[in-house]
Design a protein around this ligand. Structure first.
Ligand code: XMP
Length: 515
């Protein structure tokens, strides 16, 4: 792998993701990893991430110069660039001038920026600056606040930049990272969806052996792709469980029952729990209470189905040993990383399975980012309807009805949501949108006029957002004509809705969902 050493900024994961976009496998390691540990991983290259604003700051993480004794290609970014310069005998000066945000970079020679504009905008965020490159390095770029903004030593396969190539505000950053990987480190692009899928299927086969597994399907991309991988690996020894809680969007149950099963051949149990969920939710409008009820009922339903599957197996003298989960890499990194399979008391993960059930977790996606999960799903032949699906919250439409949940309100919202999705897809906008919650303000009424009569109906809110990870988001500037079509259709086609409004709040301060 290409190892990204995390010096504590938010950027390490993003760097790993960009490296993978260049079709090279990459993982994040903490800066506390020793040189021996890094070398033992046989990295194709090491990337030193950004970090605190100053290498001189109290407690600033140090770089062990012995890293450079192993003929490993190294790329330094921002703090990593300065740490690298310092470790190799260059000079890092506390200049006192801060450079923050969009900056013009002037390129002069070198292979890293070859073929790219000689002046280009880049994203800077630093206080100190490298004022002298280490011996043997060519200085290939400068900026107003960084006399040495990029350097390279091609013979030793070392290079670095003061700016952040991993962020979108550095428009040529991806090319620069790719050039380092290909031209300086000499790494071949082999991290492709088909290769990833093959490798993961093989791993699952090894892990599960001739055991049995179950997988809860949420209707979302992650659990669908995880299940498809495991199904490829162990066939009918996997049973999928899908709980219909009545809070799904139009067509979702059918999508799982037909499209998913048709494209994977997986064995599926559907639990129809609509009545239970809706009666438990009756009269509840507090968001947190809704979430708690749904979480509790979900576990009950899932548990019931599992007991059923187990019962069958036990009758045949077998056991279900594995629980498949669609955990992704960002969750793994956030919870402290770690490799290997946790053997847990299942209720810690699924939130309430009987204590005496012991499962080993199968998490085939635990090293993947969302876009890679989608690519693997496509490589496995899952239909676009499943793979390109927007994220959808577990509590479903219940947290998109501001007010109490009823069958009628669910029906209205489902209809409005289907219209919005249809029009966004028809306009080719799915790629630009992270997700577009459609919210029914059930406790709000406004006066309108339709035909010749006065109406007193409910507003529907459109909440289109753009995001890379849902941690932060911006409201998507949808074309007016698309908004108009959605608005006209919803007010014409959905009874009791007489107004469509657009949410123009970013996150923060708003969250993506309304509840
Ligand atoms: P917020 O509203 O917190 O949402 O900005 C961030 C992302 O998480 C999704 N979301 C949920 N997903 N269970 C889920 O599985 C939940 O309870 C839940 N609440 C929010 C939301 O759709 C967005 O993608």
């Amino acid at each position: 792998p290409v190892l990204v050493v995390d010096f504590g900024a938010q950027y390490a994961q993003l760097i790993a993701r960009r490296v993978r976009e260049a079709s090279v496998y990459s993982e994040v390691v903490p800066h506390t990893a020793t040189v021996e540990e890094i070398v033992a991983r046989k990295p194709a290259a090491v990337i030193l991430s950004g970090g605190p604003s100053s290498v001189y700051a109290d407690g600033a993480p140090q770089l062990d110069a012995r890293l450079f004794d192993h003929d490993i290609p190294v790329f330094g970014i921002c703090y990593g660039f300065q740490a690298m310069a310092g470790a190799l005998g260059g000079t890092v000066t506390h200049t006192g001038t801060r450079e923050y945000g969009r900056t013009q970079l002037s390129v002069d020679g070198g292979i890293l920026h070859e073929g790219l504009p000689t002046t280009q905008p880049v994203w800077m965020s630093h206080g100190d600056a490298v004022t002298d490159a280490p011996h043997g390095f060519e200085v290939t770029a400068t900026s107003a606040g960084a006399p040495v903004a990029a350097f390279e030593d091609r013979a030793r396969r070392l290079a670095g930049v003061q700016y952040h190539p991993e962020v979108l505000h550095s428009p040529h950053g991806q090319q620069v990272l790719t050039r380092f990987l290909r031209e300086i480190a000499g790494i071949a692009p082999t991290w492709t969806a088909a290769n990833i899928a093959d490798a993961l299927i093989e791993q699952v086969r090894e892990q599960v052996g001739d055991g049995k597994a179950i997988c809860g399907l949420s209707g979302g991309v992650d659990s669908a792709v995880a299940a498809a991988l495991v199904q490829r690996a162990i066939g009918d020894r996997l049973t999928c469980v899908f709980v219909d809680h009545g809070l799904l969007r139009a067509g979702e149950r059918e999508q799982v029952q037909q499209d998913f099963v048709a494209s994977t051949g997986a064995k599926l149990i559907t639990v129809d729990a609509v009545d239970t969920f809706l009666s438990e939710l009756e009269g509840v409008s507090d968001p947190e209470t809704k979430r708690k009820i749904i979480g509790r009922e979900f576990i009950r339903s899932f548990e019931g189905a599992v007991t059923e599957v187990l019962g069958e197996s036990v009758a045949h003298g077998e056991a279900v040993d594995f629980l498949v989960q669609g955990t992704l890499y960002p969750d793994v990194v956030e919870s402290g990383g770690g490799t290997g399979t946790a053997n847990i008391k299942s209720h810690h993960n699924v939130g309430g399975l009987p204590e005496d059930l012991q499962f080993s977790l199968v998490e085939p996606l635990r090293l993947l980012f969302k876009d890679e999960v989608r690519a693997v799903g496509r490589a496995l032949g899952l239909p676009e309807e499943i793979v390109a699906r927007q994220p959808f919250p577990g509590p479903g439409l219940a947290i998109r009805i501001v007010g109490a949940v009823t069958r009628d309100r669910l029906a209205l919202l489902r209809q409005a949501d289907a219209i919005a999705r249809e029009e966004l897809t028809a306009a080719g906008l799915d790629g630009q949108i992270w997700q577009c919650p459609v919210v029914l303000l059930a406790d709000v009424r406004s006066v309108g006029v339709q035909g010749d009569g006065r109406t007193y109906g409910h507003p529907i809110v459109l909440r289109p957002v753009s995001s890379e990870d849902a941690m932060t988001a911006d409201w998507t500037r949808l074309p007016y004509d698309v908004l108009e079509r959605i608005s006209t259709r919803i007010t014409n086609e959905v009874p009791e809705v007489n107004r469509v409004v657009l949410d123009v709040t970013s996150k923060p301060p708003g969250t993506i969902e309304w509840e």
